[in-house]
Every structure is written in C-alpha cells, then in structure tokens.
Design a protein around this ligand. Sequence first.
Ligand SMILES: N[C@@H](CCC(=O)N[C@@H](CS)C(=O)NCC(=O)O)C(=O)O
Length: 84
Amino acid sequence: MKKLELFYYDSCPYCQDVLIVLDELKILVEMKNILQDQSSYERLINDTGRRTVPCLYIDNKPMFESLDIIDWLRSNTNSLQKRS
Ligand SMILES: N[C@@H](CCC(=O)N[C@@H](CS)C(=O)NCC(=O)O)C(=O)O
C-alpha cells in the first residue's frame, strides 16, 4: 500500500477540490496542515523548495497541482487504502 500525505490548509480552494475527491473516494491520507504544523511546513520547503499547496506525498515523493493530484487519485483509487 502506498503511503499518502496531503500538505494543505483550509482556506486554499485548490486544497478543497482535492479534499472533496478524497472524501468521495474515501481514501486514507495523513493530513498535514502547514499553517498549524511548523514541522510539516518546513518539511515541504526543505523537500521541494516551495510552499505551494496542495501537495500530495506519494511514498514521500511530492506531487503538486490539484488537477494532477485528482487525476492520480481517481486512476489509483482501487489500489489505495480506504478509511474504515
Ligand atoms: N495550480 C495550483 C495552484 C495552487 C495554489 O496557487 N495554491 C496557493 C494556495 S490557494 C498557494 O499555495 N500559494 C502559495 C505559494 O504558491 O507559494 C493547483 O491547482 O494546485
């Protein structure tokens, strides 16, 4: 199973688009709110040189762009861990 982590914050509309799809598909993701969690903010900057959200880490590999993230989630949903 791939490990998914979503770097986001609530007031970001692109993040909300991703969150809607995560809810719809019931995919299990570790949530990293970069405005509430300084270590997640620093990890995103250190890994990518950017502070842009949403960013989905797939087994520690960052993917930017909400539309790319949504496409990837829809394409891979069958092999992803679901919320219980
Ligand atoms: N095209 C991007 C836009 C993402 C974007 O603009 N995110 C804003 C928050 S709503 C952001 O992180 N801005 C800060 C930055 O890019 O440094 C997407 O669809 O994911």
